[in-house]
Ligand binder design. Structure first.
Ligand SMILES: Nc1ncnc2c1ncn2[C@@H]1O[C@H](COP(=O)(O)OP(=O)(O)O)[C@@H](O)[C@H]1O
Ligand SMILES: N[C@@H](CCC(=O)OP(=O)(O)O)C(=O)O
Length: 367
């Protein structure tokens, strides 16, 4: 059996995500020398026959100095202003770096909605695919200036994992200012030890995933959840230092690798679990939680105690236990207004046209 490292080294299609901390510094802003070194490593991988999509953070970090901001902004409006200034510089810098190799760059800015809505999703897919077939490298970032708090991806590790799914990548490489996953934050605990390989959740027992640096967004926790998301999509992940990019992209023994799930979620279940917007929620009694999560059964109206939000048949809703804990997501078969009159009723008490499950087992994924 081929190991995770070998699979990543041989991957035909690779998404490479580079964190703000690896591209920008508080004092200098965008670090062009680091960008050049990264473009060289990516170009070398492309010349060896791989397609690469770049997900680049750093817009906010690159926009701070030109706007006279000394600390990473905390409020949305200032972050967006910094991103609008910084994204221009970032895209230009990537263009200049890759131009040294005669490689053309295309900028792709995405919002969470673009991934959550199937029509937009296909558009983004086509653009990325066409850029690839034309030999250009796509540089993706979140469209920070239009994203509001509610509809943000939240962090670019998650965006990169969703893009890896979108383009059907065979590997995701996360490049940061840290050279892998440690059992504790190495900035705070000098005795923390590097974990070279994560094969499943048991390898994460006792690992403390801390916050990020002054420029980064989600810290290690967001990298771990992105690795889980990629694993569900069947994509193995390598987390390595951006300063080791040449070795990481050439299959060197660096960083931490995360194995993919042996059987990937179907595209539909992946979308329900990770990408779709939820329009409302259903609260389940304990028996229904056990049936849908424990025994993978369809959800019937008898086990639903309340409905929140307003949704239409076909929307994705979130399913909660009675203490509010989210337990699953699924595609609902009824409008919220229809469901109100069905709660707690067993199937035989319902009108013949309301006897199909509220969420069919095929459309339901535990979270
Ligand atoms: N268990 C851990 N292992 C490795 N790094 C960790 C851990 N916990 C916290 N970190 C911190 O996470 C930081 C990387 O996250 P972040 O700053 O968000 O990077 P990026 O800008 O690349 O997304 C590292 O600088 C590191 O100090
Ligand atoms: N879209 C933001 C990046 C957000 C983000 O997730 O940053 P990071 O944790 O450094 O990958 C920007 O370009 O500044």
């Amino acid at each position: 059996m081929t190991g995770t490292r070998e699979t990543i080294a041989a991957a035909r299609s690779v998404v490479v995500k580079i964190g703000s901390s690896a591209l920008t510094s508080m004092a200098e802003g965008l670090d062009v020398a680091r960008l050049d070194a990264l473009a060289d490593a990516i170009e070398a991988r492309m010349r060896r026959g791989s397609d690469v999509v770049v997900v680049s953070s750093g817009a906010i970090g690159a926009g701070m100095a030109p706007l006279g901001l000394r600390r990473r902004p905390q409020d949305l409006a200032t972050k967006q202003a910094a991103a609008s200034v910084g994204q221009l510089a970032l895209a230009h810098a990537w263009g200049t770096s890759f131009a040294r190799h005669g490689r053309t760059v295309g900028q792709v800015l995405l919002t969470a909605e673009d991934i959550a809505r199937r029509a937009n999703h296909r558009n983004a897919q086509r653009t990325l695919d066409r850029l690839r077939s034309l030999g250009a490298v796509a540089v993706v970032n979140e469209n920070d200036t239009v994203a509001t708090t509610e509809i943000r991806f939240g962090d670019n590790d998650r965006l990169a994992a969703l893009v890896a799914h979108l383009v059907g990548a065979d590997a995701l490489v996360l490049l940061s200012d840290v050279d892998g996953l440690y059992d504790g934050d190495p900035r705070k605990d000098p005795a923390a030890r590097l974990i070279p390989e994560v094969d499943g959740p048991e390898d994460l027992d006792g690992v403390v995933a801390g916050s990020g640096g002054a420029l980064g967004t989600g810290g290690m926790a967001s990298k771990l959840s992105a690795a889980r998301l990629a694993a569900d999509a069947g994509v193995p992940v390598l987390l390595a230092a951006a300063s080791d990019a040449a070795s990481a992209l050439a299959g060197g023994p660096t960083g931490t690798v995360f194995a993919a799930r042996p059987t990937r979620l179907s595209a539909r279940r992946f979308w329900v679990r990770h990408a779709a917007d939820t329009s409302g929620g259903l609260t389940l009694d304990a028996g229904a939680v056990e049936a849908v999560v424990g025994r993978r059964r369809s959800l019937l109206s008898a086990g639903i105690t309340s409905v929140t939000g307003s949704f239409d048949a076909g929307d994705v809703v979130s399913l909660h236990a009675d203490d509010g804990t989210p337990v699953a997501r699924g595609v609902v078969a009824y409008d919220s207004s229809e469901l109100a009159g069905m709660l707690g009723k067993s199937t035989s008490d319902l009108a013949p046209d309301a006897r199909r499950p509220v969420v069919h087992a095929d459309d339901l994924v535990a979270v």
